[in-house]
Design a protein around this ligand. Structure first.
Ligand code: ACM
Ligand code: ZN
Length: 709
């Protein structure tokens, strides 16, 4: 077992403990498996200190420990054995050890307060010892997700009675659940277009035909009475989803009864939009109608959130009668992930789709190619993944980062995501961010020299050469295979950051200069246009709509293309270009939508090359219409995108940490109409959802008022 070197321990001895020191331990000393803090004078272990360090096997806490910050050891799945919390330990914050599934024993020598989900999902736990005579404050869900019948709680004999009654600790004796109460106004994200809740009191209403008054009472739906789901054949997938929700989230029991409330899933062509749906709940059951299966599915995600109720984790018993009519404001709500800089295991991609779908996202954009690697199998060019999908190091992180997706896996992802009505949009980059391809095929670049795979972030000057015939042959073959694997109508072509200065490399290339002369071009952007025109023609022949990151170097946008407004401060410029060229636009301005940026000062990722802080509120504030008129919304606005570039994100848990809850805020920006949006209200609705996420062991950033007990 490798133990932390003297140098890194010295960082902690005699120095005030800082997040920076722990950043070194977590991200730079990635191959260490043991962390012994007993010889340091560290007292505060900051939040996220060792977040998702799977390789850590043993941990010894400081002798003068004061506190452990939220998610400090989140998903440190390898830490085994016993943890001793000295009498000085005041508090273990939310989700600090959530998911440490190999921990066997905890021992508290003082009155340490345990925050929500502090030890949730520590499923290997067998013993918890406390010496305090008065039970320390413990959140009722501190040990959520653990079968506590398998855990022995050892407390002083004379205090046993008090522990039996104390919040949090009482569950070790017999699990007493808090009721799951559903207040529909306090749970849904994104907020639906209309929501009418019918309280249970009795009232009178004029009967339609006779004019006489009749007594009406809106009773809630009782899940235990529900007999099942009914749906036409076309909604078979949605029927399975509805049955899953019933089984996982409600008190429904599968018993054979002939009569009782049902869940009816139906198609209704009169609805205004493919994703539009209506949801009616009454004592008689649920009627969910969508214009398409996608609409029905979005409605099911609403139903599932309603079942989360107040977020206690108990299955929903009842749902009040209600009516919802809902539809999205923008057609595409996507998240983009980057498996190039840090690879994302295939199974984790699938799991991410499930989380996105909860917030009604309908696209996952995969950034498959960049300077640091090539991550998609291309059958015509096996060299790409043989030579460019395995590297050691990303900036100062010396870890081995390898892997690629086979076409068979991508087809499986497409099928899987389709069950959640999420399409997969592939991206390959041109003409920049292509070092991995050039590494395999030097002929693609102007210099025709072999270059190493890039190990650092930043912008490379190694560009595809628009004067090189093989470039077109290569892209043609790659795009043809991609078009076959990914049925989505879109293919993203990159287009961003093509050298520094932009497109400058082409000025040094005789072939490029010759092409310019031949075509009568004066400037390099015309070469870019030439390259894109040829590739776009090919994509159109493949029946795909091209997308690309908008840069000012694009002087025109080809008809039928979609551009992404991403650069901080240049959104209006990109919008003007889209309007001028009658193009569609996705909004992902860095100020709101770059979810790889830290959510608060000092937060992960602590390394910073000038990334601004993007708070939850800042993400929420995105106006997808950017203040433009309804013509822009109708003619040009395609949707919103949240990016999760992975230069600094080195685990799947950290993708979730960066994404959520800001992705929930962005989903509401993309889905909900402005009249329905309010930040304070959003925060209130979000809380049960982030509780649910922690309960399921999924990382979430809690820095903005989401940790209160
Ligand atoms: C980008 O962030 N380079 C699109
Ligand atoms: Zn060239």
């Amino acid at each position: 077992m490798k133990t932390l070197s003297a140098f890194f321990l010295a960082l902690l001895i005699g120095l005030p403990t800082s997040a920076q020191n722990f950043r070194q331990l977590r991200d730079v000393k990635v191959n260490e498996t043991s962390l012994d803090l007993s010889k340091t004078n560290c007292t505060v272990i900051p939040r996220n200190a060792m977040h998702s360090r799977y390789r850590l096997r043993s941990l010894v806490l400081p002798l003068q420990l004061d506190s452990v910050g939220s998610q400090a050891f989140f998903a440190c799945k390898g830490i085994g054995g016993r943890l001793r919390f000295p009498a000085t330990t005041r508090v273990i914050e939310a989700s600090a050890f959530n998911g440490c599934s190999k921990l066997r024993e905890l021992s508290f020598e003082g009155t340490t307060r345990l925050a929500p989900f502090a030890f949730a999902n520590c499923s290997g736990l067998r013993t918890v010892r406390l010496s305090a005579l008065v039970p320390p404050a413990c959140a009722d869900n501190a040990f959520d997700g653990i079968d506590l019948r398998r855990v022995e709680l050892i407390v002083p004999e004379r205090a046993r009675k008090d522990y039996r009654r104390a919040p949090g600790w009482r569950h070790f004796f017999a699990k007493k659940e808090t009721a799951n109460v559903c207040c529909p106004e306090e749970i849904l994200v994104p907020q639906p277009l209309t929501l009418e809740v019918f309280p249970e009191e009795t009232f009178e209403e004029a009967a339609e035909s006779s004019g006489k008054r009749k007594r009406i009472r809106h009773r809630p739906l009782t899940w235990a009475e529900v007999i099942g789901v009914e749906a036409p054949q076309e909604l078979n997938n949605e029927k399975l989803q509805a049955e899953r929700i019933l089984a996982e989230r409600t008190a429904y029991m599968k018993v054979r009864r002939k009569t009782g409330p049902t869940i009816q899933l139906q198609l209704d062509a009169s609805l205004p939009n493919d994703e539009a749906y209506t949801l009616d709940i009454s004592k008689k059951g649920v009627v969910l109608k969508g214009k398409t299966a996608a609409g029905v599915f979005r409605g099911l995600m609403t139903l599932e959130q309603l079942c989360i109720g107040n977020g206690t984790g108990v299955r929903s018993e009842k749902i009040p009668a209600l009516h919802i009519a809902d539809q999205p404001r923008t057609p595409i709500r996507e998240l983009m992930v980057d498996p190039v800089r840090h690879f994302i295991p295939f199974a984790d991609l699938k799991a991410f789709v499930v989380e996105m779908a909860r917030y009604k996202y309908n696209a996952l954009h995969l950034h498959l190619v960049d300077d640091q690697g090539w991550r998609i199998e291309i059958k015509k060019y096996p060299q790409l993944t043989q030579k460019a999908s395995d590297r050691v190091g990303m900036d100062d992180m010396p870890e081995r980062i390898s892997g690629f997706y086979t076409q068979a896996q991508m087809r499986e992802l497409v099928r899987f995501a389709a069950q959640y009505h999420v399409m997969i949009i592939p991206e390959i980059e041109l003409p920049g961010h292509e070092v991995a391809a050039v590494h395999c095929f030097p002929q693609l670049s102007c210099a025709k020299k072999t270059v190493p795979i890039r190990l650092t972030c930043g912008v490379s000057n190694e560009l595809l050469c628009p004067a090189e015939p093989f470039v077109y042959e290569f892209l043609d073959n790659v795009l043809t295979e991609l078009a076959d694997v990914f049925p989505a109508p879109y293919v993203h072509l990159g287009g961003d950051e093509a050298g520094q200065p932009p497109l400058g490399a082409w000025s040094d290339c005789p072939a490029c200069q010759e092409l310019k002369r031949k075509e009568g071009y004066m400037e390099n952007w015309q070469l870019q246009q030439y390259l894109f025109d040829r590739v776009i023609d090919r994509l159109k022949a493949l029946k795909k709509t091209p997308m690309y990151w908008y840069e000012q170097e694009f002087k025109t946008i080809q008809p039928g293309c979609v551009v992404y407004a991403w650069r901080h401060g240049l959104t209006k410029t990109a919008i003007d270009a889209a309007v001028r060229n009658k193009a569609q636009i996705m909004l992902c301005p860095g100020e709101h939508c770059y979810l790889d940026y830290p959510q608060q000062r000092g937060d992960m990722p602590e390394v910073n090359w000038g990334m601004p802080v993007t708070t939850l509120q800042q993400t929420y504030r995105l106006d997808p219409a950017w203040g433009q008129d309804s013509t822009f919304v109708r003619e040009n606005l395609l949707g919103v995108s949240g990016t999760l570039w992975s230069e600094c994100i080195n685990s799947t848990e950290r993708i979730y940490y960066q994404a959520f809850p800001r992705a929930a805020a962005l989903a509401e920006a993309g889905w909900s109409y402005p009249s329905r949006r309010n930040y304070t209200d959003f925060l209130r609705r979000l809380r049960p959802l982030t509780d649910d996420q922690q309960r399921r062991g999924i990382a979430v950033n809690l820095s903005e008022g989401l940790t209160k007990e």
